[in-house]
Design a binder for this molecule. Structure first.
Ligand code: SAM
Ligand code: SF4
Ligand code: SF4
Length: 349
C-alpha cells in the first residue's frame, strides 16, 4: 500500500461513542456461561430448564482469551466497570484465569462478580488472589425453606452464608447482597434480611422482580414496589435518603439513621432509570446486547473467529452502540409484556 492510499480498515477514533440518547458505554457485564446450579423461579424456572434443556455447547462459548480481547476494546471505548456474571459464573472452570487478565486491563476501575454464593468457600480466595476486588452475592431469604423454594437450590442456605463469610475472609469488600423481592414468596424476609445485613456489615440491595425473559410468568401483581420495601425497613430501622455515589447509579440508596450502614433499592419496574443506562452486555456466546430486554444481540464471535482485528471489532461495537435507542423500562406497559426477549441467565443481570 502506498503512503497516499488510505487504509481501508476502520480506524479507531478517540471519542467514546454515544447512543441516540447521548449515553456512553461505561459498564460491561460479561456472561461467562448460560448454565447454573440453581433454578430460581424468577430466572430459570425448573419446569422449563429441566434435565433435557439444551444449554450452549462449549465450542459456542467465548474462550477466556476472546472475552479479554473484547473487554479490552470496550475499555478503550470508555467502559470502566466490568462485572462477571452468567448464568452462574462459578460453574465455569478456572474462573481466576479470567479474572487475572481482566484485572490487568489498563483503565478498568472496577472489577466485580455476581454469584449465587454456592462455590465461594473454595473460590473466594483464588478469585481475590487473581485481582477481584469486590463481589455481589444473590440471596433472597434467611429462611431455609423460602431460600430453597425461590432458588431451587439443592443445598442448604448455610452453604451460601458460609460462602459470604469466605468472601469476607478473602478480603473481598464490600460484599453486596442482591435480594429479589417477589410478592407472596419472600416479603416476610425483607426486614430479617435488613437486620442480618446491618449486623454483619453487608450492603443489602433489594431488587424489584422484573419481567426479564419470557419464562418466569411475570405479573405486575408480583412486584413489591420499592416504596413499600423501604417503608417496611424504615419502620423497623429508621432510614434517610442518600445521594447517588455517581451519576447513573442504578440503586437508590438509604442510610440507617443510627449509622449502621446502608441499603439500596433497584426499582427498575416502578422507577426506571433508562436515561442513565450506560450498560453493555456480552452473552456467553459472544453477542452484544444493549438492553436487558432486547430480543436480539449482535454477534461479535463470528468476526472475532474469522480473524477481525481490533479496529474492525471496535468499529462494529461503535456502530451498535451508536444505533442504540433502548429504553424498555421507561416505556414498559401491558403491551410490552409479551414481546420476545432474551433470557436473563443468557446475558447476566
Ligand atoms: N447466578 C448469579 C446470581 O444469581 O447472582 C449471576 C447471574 S443472575 C442472572 C444476576 C442477578 O439477576 C441476580 O442477582 C438475580 O437475583 C437477578 N435476577 C434474575 N432474574 C431476575 C428477575 N426476574 N428480576 C429481578 N432480578 C433478577
Ligand atoms: Fe442461577 Fe443466578 Fe438465575 Fe438464580 S438468578 S437461576 S442463581 S443465574
Ligand atoms: Fe438499560 Fe434497558 Fe434496563 Fe432501560 S430497560 S435501564 S435501557 S437495560
Amino acid at each position: 500500500m502506498s503512503d497516499t492510499t488510505p487504509d481501508p480498515r476502520p480506524q479507531p477514533s478517540e471519542a467514546p461513542p454515544r447512543d441516540r440518547l447521548g449515553r456512553q458505554p461505561r459498564d460491561l457485564r460479561i456472561s461467562v456461561t448460560d448454565r447454573c446450579n440453581f433454578r430460581c423461579t424468577y430466572c430459570m424456572p425448573a419446569e422449563i430448564f429441566g434435565r433435557d434443556y439444551a444449554f450452549l455447547p462449549r465450542s459456542q462459548i467465548l474462550t477466556y482469551e476472546e472475552i479479554v480481547r473484547l473487554a479490552a476494546i470496550f475499555v478503550r471505548l470508555g467502559v470502566e466497570k466490568l462485572r462477571i456474571t452468567g448464568g452462574e459464573p462459578t460453574v465455569r472452570r478456572d474462573l481466576p484465569d479470567l479474572v487475572r487478565p481482566l484485572a490487568a486491563i489498563e483503565g478498568v476501575r472496577d472489577l466485580t462478580l455476581t454469584t449465587n454464593g454456592s462455590a465461594l468457600r473454595t473460590l473466594a480466595a483464588p478469585l481475590a488472589g487473581a485481582g477481584l476486588r469486590r463481589i455481589t452475592v444473590s440471596l433472597d431469604s434467611l429462611d431455609d425453606a423460602v431460600f430453597r423454594a425461590m432458588s431451587g437450590a439443592d443445598m442448604p442456605l448455610a452453604r451460601v452464608l458460609d460462602g459470604i463469610v469466605a468472601a469476607r475472609e478473602a478480603g473481598l469488600a464490600p460484599v453486596k447482597i442482591n435480594m429479589v423481592v417477589k410478592r407472596g414468596s419472600n416479603e416476610a424476609s425483607i426486614v430479617p434480611m435488613a437486620r442480618w445485613a446491618r449486623d454483619a456489615g453487608l450492603i443489602l440491595r433489594y431488587i424489584e422482580y422484573m419481567d426479564v425473559g419470557t419464562t418466569n410468568g411475570w405479573r405486575m401483581d408480583d412486584v413489591v414496589p420499592w416504596a413499600e420495601i423501604v417503608a417496611l425497613v424504615d419502620a423497623a430501622f429508621p432510614l434517610e435518603a442518600l445521594p447517588p455515589n455517581y451519576p447513573g447509579e442504578v440503586a437508590t440508596r438509604f442510610r440507617y439513621r443510627d449509622g449502621a450502614g446502608e441499603i439500596g433499592v433497584i426499582a427498575s419496574v416502578t422507577a426506571p432509570f433508562c436515561g442513565a443506562c450506560t450498560r453493555a452486555r456480552l452473552s456467553a456466546e459472544g453477542e452484544l446486547f444493549t438492553c436487558l430486554f432486547a430480543a436480539r444481540g449482535t454477534d461479535l464471535r463470528a468476526p472475532l473467529r474469522a480473524g477481525a482485528d481490533d479496529a474492525e471489532l471496535e468499529a462494529r461495537i461503535r456502530a451498535v452502540w451508536g444505533a442504540r435507542d433502548d429504553r424498555y423500562s421507561d416505556v414498559r406497559s401491558a403491551g410490552t409484556a409479551n414481546l420476545p426477549r432474551v433470557e436473563m441467565f443468557a446475558i447476566g443481570g
